[in-house]
Design a protein around this ligand. Structure first.
Ligand code: CUA
Length: 157
């Protein structure tokens, strides 16, 4: 088979690019231990309601003055429902799912997490302005997906 000179050059270029790409992914995954974001904290999705911190969902004030919001996503809503948090304080959102993949996306902020059964995800956020913030599910999760939402009420200190 005759290959044109330029065809050969492009083939070699393509194969080299593939080798370099796979090497970078391989070294970072297996040698440096990189994983997708989220920390990969594991939880048994069958036992969410018995496993800390999801045995006590809700808003928790911590000793250092920050807050943690523990929430479980499930078809088709969030537990607890409506919550109230203060403006101007750092809030750590800790989420998991007890059934299928959902998301926890606070409209108008950069909080946009996947809520995955078997995984615990975290995201920190400080609400600067009081008001009512809408939380929606961005991952198609079933017939009620379009109705899966809740609200966060952010109040003045
Ligand atoms: Cu939950 Cu879509």
């Amino acid at each position: 088979m005759h290959l044109h000179k330029y065809e050969k050059i492009w083939l070699i270029f393509g194969i080299m690019a593939l080798i370099i790409f796979l090497s970078v992914v391989g070294v970072s995954a297996f040698h440096q231990g990189h994983t997708p974001s989220g920390g990969h904290m594991k939880i048994d999705p069958e036992k969410v309601s018995e496993t800390a911190p999801f045995d006590q969902p809700g808003v928790h004030k911590k000793e250092d003055g920050t807050y943690e919001v523990v929430m479980v996503g499930k078809a088709f809503g969030y537990d607890p429902g409506k919550i109230q948090v203060p403006a101007g304080k750092e809030i750590m959102f800790t989420v998991t799912s007890s059934d299928v993949v959902h998301s926890f996306s606070i409209v108008g902020t950069n909080v946009n997490m996947m809520v995955v059964p078997g995984e615990i995800n975290h995201k920190k956020h400080t609400f600067q302005e009081p008001g009512t913030y809408l939380v929606i599910c961005n991952e198609y999760c079933g017939s009620g997906h379009h109705f899966m939402s809740t609200e966060i009420e952010v109040v003045e200190q």
